[in-house]
Ligand binder design. Structure first.
Ligand code: ADP
Length: 879
């Protein structure tokens, strides 16, 4: 390439300009090539060779490439790493380019194949089976701020589901956390940092986020004169829908994927949880990342990917509506009481293909014969499932409604049964998917090529006999088509002009010929083949049309299958783990007997240990439990198990307990003290406080809050004061149900002044000098904190432990004399300014510091650190 810009480079640069920040996959023959920075980025992510090609502006052009036939895998890795990719395909063949060049009067040697971007592949707009996780939804979200609110449009184009909602600006992060978006689209004038993870948000022109456009597009897509029949959509919702549709159109280059009519998500119908709560409860993902160890992983017993996706959605957004929860629970209970029916239904569901996603591909114009086959098979299985459920008695309403949605496809499935072979291929360009008997003309064409193939086989035998060459073979390849091949030594014999054979090619060990008869038969095969292909292609279009016409009903069947799968799977899980059906009531109570933490219980079971069940009983008279006890005693586990039980119940699931009465909550908050998180370098004390502030401003008397060691991210004085004040505020102002785990013994004094607060502790016992953690909750304040005993369990060396014990005894003696750290807390206000005394002596200072220490409240590590500090200071004052 010369240093001046070549036509190809000009074309490339124009396409790259169009691709914007997306990596440009530039099709060159059998490869997609990437150039310049795109090449560097892709080569490092994909770990493939970075080479160079020609020069541009005097510099070599970096290049890398991936073969077209295996591009999907590479695409998947790029998308996973947060890239977007623009696919530039050749839009004409080299021959067509030459023709065009001739017409335009340019030399054909200079003819450049024209190329165009046919699609943008982005995380939120995938439909390919290979690129999607069958058990997880893949959501694209658009957010549009409008005055004080934000409209949110979300869709999963792999299934066509679309939802619109509106929230307050400060609730956006919580909504995005719930939706778990793969990609977020926002207008370019987004105020402040774009929402979601930094790589996720893409900015688009403000003009694409107009509510009028959004409304007009939704009406035209769904052929409606008004959207009123679908629900109530606000201006911000419609603006977001406008932005979402414009982005989908952009990525699909004008083609819109399959979209179902939007559903308006009413606020207040769901249990609200913010991002911090989701993360700390490890609902869909464990804090270590990944699904293992999450609530979802131990609950999911779904038979199908679609069921798992629905369950994940249910757990991410539990309900706050008693009627809807009761309806879901009734479906689960129905399957729970009938194990035989449950097994039948689950077995049927296991063989149902993912028709929701197959439909998404077909409607988006990316469907394969296999996709249509899957829809046929899935609808057939759905009909069988319908019969099984409807044959049962006392089917609850929700399940009956779902069963009803499984049917009504008889005409379509009959048609597809006749039209398609049993197992249609994923590739449509080879044909072979239309069944025999569907189209007589097609059958005749196949017959013709079958006859010709047989004729060729007969020719081979005939020629062998005629020439006396046993090694003679009739073969086929892509370049030559059919030909006769004999070993080289027999070649000359067939060269004679009257032999009936015409020479085509001489190879190293063989010579190849043609014959008039062979040519005739080969032509018959080729013609019949191409006509047959064209006929199959036409049928494919027709079948795609039929499926598209029925798309709403098929999508409804897919949704019903998923919901039934979830009900049966939850019943299975309940039976497996001895879970109970919760009573969901409209009162601020939480009464759980024999409650267990499903994830911890599962982990313990694997090691053969037993989980100790515990009760929780929050009522309006006793709504705040303060829980103390040794580290590792089971406080966090207890807090979380109750939050998870509430979450499961409101998602419509049975719960791991012997009995449970769950007062419907509007919001659920879970917070963990900062030091628990410090190891991951994520949370700081500041974050802990910001998150706690959110509870104090957002929680209502209907909320449920769990606070785990909040306040320990700072010094003892600060932390305890904050914890104290937070408990008071929750008790007196917020008045919600709350479980508060703390190691500050001093807080137990709060029970004197807060009448709806009670004290509890996790029990521990010393046995033969060893500490035994019983993981059992009991009423009353914790006796002692067993910090040193826990340190022993953790392997702190004996001399250090011995020394720590001596210090502890001294400190405890000191505390008895002075009343301890919280001595003054009985007489609030707490923080009256202290008058300074005369300058105290070193000894007095030391004594004051020691008195101020609450050794029970210290972690072994802190205790050790203080010892070191004291030794350092002693050495310094001596010198
Ligand atoms: P804490 O918050 O009091 O430090 P955790 O709740 O983190 O304690 O529990 C520590 C460990 O104890 C858990 O990882 C678990 O293995 C075990 N554990 C907690 N609760 C129970 C229980 N109820 N039954 C059995 N083991 C438990």
């Amino acid at each position: 390439m010369a240093s001046k810009t070549t036509p190809m480079m000009t074309q490339y640069l124009a396409l790259k300009e169009e691709a914007g920040e997306a990596l440009l996959f530039y099709r060159m023959g059998d490869f997609f090539e990437l150039f310049f920075d795109d090449a560097k980025v892709a080569a490092s992510i994909l770990d493939i060779a970075l080479t160079s090609r020609g020069e541009h502006g005097g510099e070599p052009v970096p290049m890398c490439g991936v073969p077209v036939h295996s591009a999907e895998g590479y695409l998947a890795r790029l998308i996973k790493s947060g890239c977007r990719v623009a696919i530039a395909e050749q839009t004409e063949t080299p021959d067509q380019a030459k023709e065009r060049a001739k017409r335009e009067g340019t030399p054909s040697s200079k003819a450049l194949v024209s190329r165009d971007i046919v699609r943008f592949v982005t995380a939120g707009t995938l439909t390919e089976e290979a690129l999607l996780d069958p058990r997880a939804a893949n959501r694209l979200v658009a957010a549009a701020p409008l005055r004080d609110a934000v409209g949110i449009a979300s869709c999963d184009i792999s299934t066509g589901r679309m939802e619109l909602e509106e929230c307050a600006t400060d609730a956006l992060e919580a909504a995005l956390a719930r939706l778990g978006a793969s990609e977020v689209v926002v207008p370019e004038d987004w105020p402040g940092d774009t929402p979601g993870k930094p790589d996720d948000a893409i900015e688009r022109a403000r003009t694409t986020f107009r509510s009028e456009d959004g409304e007009a597009r939704l009406k035209s897509i769904h052929g409606l004169a008004t959207l009123d029949g679908l629900g109530e959509f606000t201006r911000p919702m419609l603006a977001a829908a406008g932005g979402l549709i414009a982005y989908l159109e952009h990525t699909g280059r004008g083609e819109l994927p399959f979209l179902l009519p939007p559903v308006a998500r009413a606020t207040g119908m769901r249990l609200a949880m913010d991002g911090a709560t989701r993360a700390s409860l490890e609902i869909l993902e464990a804090q270590s990342g990944g699904r293992a160890g999450s609530l979802f992983s131990v609950v999911d017993r779904c038979s199908s990917g679609a069921g798992s996706r629905q369950l994940a959605e249910d757990l991410a957004a539990p309900l706050a509506d008693q009627t809807a929860i009761t309806a879901r629970l009734a479906s689960v209970a129905f399957f729970h009481t009938d194990p035989i029916l449950r097994a039948d239904v689950r077995a049927l569901l296991r063989s149902v293909p993912d028709i929701g996603r197959a439909l998404g591909r077909v409607v988006a114009g990316r469907g394969s014969p296999r996709d249509i086959g899957q829809i046929r098979d899935g609808l057939g299985e759905a009909r069988r499932l319908k019969a099984v459920i409807e044959a049962a008695s006392d089917v609850p309403q929700l399940l009956a409604d779902n069963a009803h949605s499984l049917g009504g496809h008889g005409a379509l499935t009959d048609h597809l049964d006749r039209a398609l072979v049993a197992a249609p291929p994923t590739e449509r360009n080879q044909g072979g998917y239309i069944a025999e008997g569907y189209d007589h003309a097609l059958d005749a064409l196949r017959e013709t090529s079958g006859n010709a193939r047989r004729a060729i086989a007969a020719l081979e035998a005939q020629y062998r006999e005629q020439t006396d060459i046993n090694a003679l073979k009739i073969k086929h390849n892509k370049v030559l088509g059919y030909f006769i091949e004999v070993p080289a030594k027999h070649g000359d014999g067939l060269m004679a002009p009257d032999s009936g054979f015409t020479h085509r090619q001489t190879m190293a060990g063989a010579v190849r010929f043609n014959s008039v008869h062979l040519h005739e038969e080969a032509t018959r095969i080729a013609e019949a083949g191409s006509h047959a292909l064209a006929a199959e292609e036409a049928h494919f279009e027709e079948l795609t049309g039929l499926v598209c016409e029925a798309r709403k009903a098929i999508a409804a069947t897919a949704a019903a299958l998923a919901r039934i799968d979830v009900s049966a799977a939850l019943a299975e899980r309940a039976a497996e783990g001895d879970w109970c059906k919760p009573a969901v009531v409209d009162a601020a109570v939480l009464e759980i007997t024999g409650g267990r933490h499903p994830v911890v219980e599962d982990a313990l079971e694997r090691t053969g240990e037993r989980f100790v069940a515990n009760d929780c009983e929050l009522t309006s008279q006793d709504r705040l439990w303060l829980i103390g006890g040794p580290n590792m005693g089971g406080k966090s586990t207890f807090l979380r198990q109750n939050a998870l039980i509430m979450l499961l119940a409101q998602a419509g699931s049975f719960v791991p307990a012997t009995s449970a009465t769950i007062g419907l909550a509007d919001r659920l908050f879970s917070r963990v003290g900062a030091s628990d998180n410090l190891a991951r370098g994520r949370s700081t004390f500041m974050v802990e406080m910001v998150e706690t502030a959110a509870i104090l401003s957002q929680a209502t008397p209907r909320s449920f809050v769990i606070l785990d060691e909040v306040g320990r991210g700072t010094s003892t004085y600060d932390g305890m004061s904050l914890a104290w004040a937070i408990v008071e505020a929750i008790h007196g102002t917020v008045q919600c149900r709350c479980l508060f785990a703390t190691h500050y013994h001093e807080l137990s004094r709060l029970s004197d002044t807060c009448e709806a607060l009670s004290l509890h502790h996790v029990r521990a016992r010393e046995w033969k000098g060893d500490l035994v953690l019983l993981h059992e909750l009991a009423r009353g304040a914790a006796g002692r904190s067993y910090g040193i005993d826990v340190a022993r369990l953790a392997g702190v060396p004996a001399p250090v432990l011995k020394r720590a014990k001596t210090i502890l005894q001294r400190l405890e003696k000191g505390r008895e004399e002075t009343g301890g750290l919280a001595a003054g807390l009985g007489e609030l206000p707490l923080f009256a300014a202290q008058e300074t005394q005369d300058t105290p002596s070193q000894n007095e200072l030391l004594r004051e510091r020691l008195e101020a220490l609450d050794v029970d409240a210290l972690s072994p590590r802190d205790a050790l650190e203080i010892l070191y500090q004291l030794k350092r200071e002693a050495a310094e004052t001596k010198s």
